[in-house]
Design a protein around this ligand. Structure first.
Ligand code: NAD
Length: 406
């Protein structure tokens, strides 16, 4: 259940199939750099508190390091290392010229005030100012970080270097150098890939039921897109509860309810179920969009879905992966399914550097092209090597990374 061990196992499986150059595999078996700091924050009560923070830079053979920053009380070094390796693979799968990195802070942001979160975000930038930058390493939002936090980070970095440097982070608000379409990019990317997958499997949206775990940026936008496309969403989970309605949810109303109540619990007409029952539902598509290690050897045998779309990073453990394959369940891996976020982050970074901005339609069109191409390459690679989609995505990425490294 160690995310980094899982990520390395996925890497090794793919590397063995293509007989990856031993030197390159050795290099990819560890990050380029691990940076760690104790961030000091002046709390609203006047006391100073310390928070442990990380930045892991995994590989930059294809371009500057790139990866989000997570604010969560369970952040740990192995998790950040895993996420940074997956970023390197992901950027190569969608063929954007960026490497992999990730950051985190061990903190429960839900109990901090906005001012404390701002201090924490600015302190993170001060701590890692020498290793980040638009040509070196470009952070972005992840779990419990958002466009406002990115705006504070860009502002802090700009002050430190003495000039406005929008390209230092992505996922910024629109009026602070953000890109059109970034807010919905992760879910949209996943949606485009899922649309291709169901075509390949001769399935139709209106006949398909869906369960989504996580109702944040990735999960709630995905629910909205699927609802609009005619899928029936029968179960939703956030960190506090799981709600179920076999008739299907009106997602616009759920989004409004979650905004007002900060929770899904108590939504009209829903029944509360356990997370064990959630994964065992008789449903066509399960979409983990929360955290790692959700589908494991313990619950994989209960899964009845035909398709799993991994919007979260690392939601399926390698042990569970094997059983999914044996059961013939199509598991669309994180490094492909959620790559839409970093793809539009790449567009944002490029727009900042060139000071030329794209319309929402242009961004969505470019995103769609990238995601469909990536899906096709991964599907063809899976057929060529007779492997599952995750191994195929890793093979695609490793071949590109190896070429760049050489
Ligand atoms: P977010 O902070 O916007 O939302 C997180 C959601 O997960 C919230 O609804 C929260 O209630 C829920 N959650 C937390 N713990 C949970 C638990 N134990 N059980 C059920 N739900 C739980 O975060 P996000 O940006 O939507 O990220 C979700 C996942 O998607 C993460 O794995 C992240 O790494 C991945 N991801 C996000 C992006 C992006 O652009 N936002 C890009 C790629 C991957």
């Amino acid at each position: 259940m160690n995310a980094y061990q899982n990520a390395l196992k996925q890497l090794t499986t793919a590397a063995e199939i293509i007989n990856l150059d031993k030197k390159i595999l050795k290099k990819l078996n560890q990050p380029d750099k691990i940076a760690q700091a104790d961030l000091s924050v002046q709390m609203d009560n006047g006391q100073e508190k310390k928070f442990l923070a990380y930045r892991v830079q995994y590989d930059n053979s294809r371009g500057p390091y790139k990866g989000g920053i997570r604010f969560h009380h369970e952040v740990n070094l192995d998790e950040v290392k895993a996420l940074s390796l997956w970023m390197a693979i992901k950027c190569a799968v969608v063929d954007i010229p960026l490497g992999g990195a990730k950051g985190g802070v061990v903190v429960d942001p839900k109990i901090l005030s906005q001012l404390e979160i701002e201090q924490l975000s600015r302190a993170w930038v001060r701590a890692f100012q020498n290793i980040i930058g638009p040509d070196k390493d470009i952070p972005a939002p992840d779990v419990y970080t958002n466009p406002q936090i990115m705006a504070w980070m860009a502002d802090e970095y700009s002050k430190l270097v003495g000039q406005k440097t929008l390209g230092v982070v992505t996922g910024k608000p629109l009026d602070q150098g953000g890109s059109q379409g970034r807010d919905k990019a992760t879910a949209k990317g996943g949606f485009y890939v899922l649309t291709e997958a169901i075509k390949q499997l001769n399935l139709k949206p209106e006949n398909l039921t869906v369960a989504i775990q996580g109702f944040g940026n990735a999960g709630s936008v995905m629910a909205e897109l699927l609802f609009q496309a005619g899928y029936k969403i029968i179960a939703l989970a956030d960190s506090k509860s799981v709600i179920y309605n076999p008739i299907g949810f009106d997602i616009d109303k759920v989004i409004e309810y979650k905004k007002q109540n900060k929770a899904l619990q108590g939504f009209a007409g829903s029944k509360e179920i356990s997370i064990e029952d959630f994964f065992a539902l008789d449903v066509d598509i399960v979409i983990p969009a929360a955290l790692e290690n959700q589908i494991t050897a313990d619950n994989v045998n209960d899964i009845k879905a035909k398709i799993i779309l991994e919007l979260a990073n690392g939601p399926v453990t390698p042990g569970a992966d094997q059983i999914l394959q044996q059961k013939g369940i199509v598991d669309i891996p994180d490094v492909l399914a959620n790559a839409g976020g970093v793809t539009v982050s790449y567009f944002e970074w490029k727009q900042n550097l060139e000071d030329k901005y794209l319309s929402e339609e242009e961004v969505n069109q470019k995103l769609k092209e990238k995601m469909i191409t990536a899906w096709q390459v991964v599907w063809q690679t899976a057929e060529k090597y007779k492997v599952d989609l995750r191994t195929a995505a890793f093979i695609t990425a490793l071949e590109r990374i190896a070429k760049a490294t050489k």
